[in-house]
Design a binder for this molecule. Sequence first.
Ligand SMILES: Nc1nc2c(ncn2[C@@H]2O[C@H](COP(=O)(O)OP(=O)(O)OP(=O)(O)O)[C@@H](O)[C@H]2O)c(=O)[nH]1
Ligand SMILES: [Mg+2]
Length: 333
Amino acid sequence: MIELLEQVRQGQIRAIARLITRVENSPAAAEQAIQALYPHTGQAHIVGITGSPGAGKSTVVNALVQTLRQQEARVGIIAVDPSSPFTGGALLGDRVRMRDLSGDPGVFIRSMASRGSLGGLARATASVIKILDAAGFDYVLVETVGAGQAEVDIANAAQTTIVVEAPGMGDEIQSIKAGILEIADVLVVNKADRPGADRAVRALKMMLHLGPVGGTRQHGRLSSAPSSENGNMQPGWDIPVLETVATEGKGMSELAEMLGRHMAYLRESGEWLKREKERSWREVEMLLQLRFMSQFQASVPTETRDLLLTAVAQREVDPYTAVNQLLSKTESE
Ligand SMILES: Nc1nc2c(ncn2[C@@H]2O[C@H](COP(=O)(O)OP(=O)(O)OP(=O)(O)O)[C@@H](O)[C@H]2O)c(=O)[nH]1
Ligand SMILES: [Mg+2]
């Protein structure tokens, strides 16, 4: 393990892939790896890319990586439960210089399938982000389909969250419903070559202007972080709405520049530390829950649980009393 961790620190792609597999398969390996690597993290810019299915998230990531590579940045990519695979840049038109991402030593791509519990996926993703950070990648891009709490958890691991939308009837309204806008630092209307892009931009800008009153722009609202203060969590940052045509690489240098501006904003405003503290709390909370549940499951026999749940179902025991009984069993171990 120690040698493997050293190779990871040197940015060796094969070692990184091997460590990630070990960490995914074993919570104990994850603990050991993260304990060793954590002091070397905090250097990468963690960027979440989320949005409606099919909006072009993967294509945006592919195109953005090309731009970042031209700036000599090393980029790690994590695709959480992807329905459309990364193409290694093959989608890009001739206008952008072709570069095979998968053969580029400055790029690492990893897909994570959502198997097991949601908490398990969030934990695994958090670990992979740290491994790539410690391996010296300048950017770690995390693509998720913005649908459920797991995606929000994963997006919360990012310092900058890009929400990708595409023109189309009702998309904007839908994304509000899904709570996606609440986590956006940068909004992208992709497929700007399609009709209705301007309208989508206008609609999104209007929603942003409704602001905290309407319940949007509350970064971290879904979190249970101790410091949730007022609604507008980003004073001094106006969420930009950018238009892109990812298939042609259009708008990518603007998007890359916006990432830099957002990071500068986070650093100068003190928001960086604030978010890191919130993120740290969420992570510790998540680990506590996972640890507690596994200890609990290990110490209370399944039959005991079944008996008690039957009693609750039959109204012989109320749920509160059931919890008290279960806890007293755990403690008396
Ligand atoms: N016209 C047009 N099509 C695009 C653009 N960007 C992506 N597409 C197409 O949209 C489709 C979906 O793109 P993806 O990048 O797979 O979208 P996604 O959001 O990652 O999709 P999921 O991961 O399945 O949710 C593909 O056929 C892309 O070629 C664009 O800028 N213009
Ligand atoms: Mg995708």
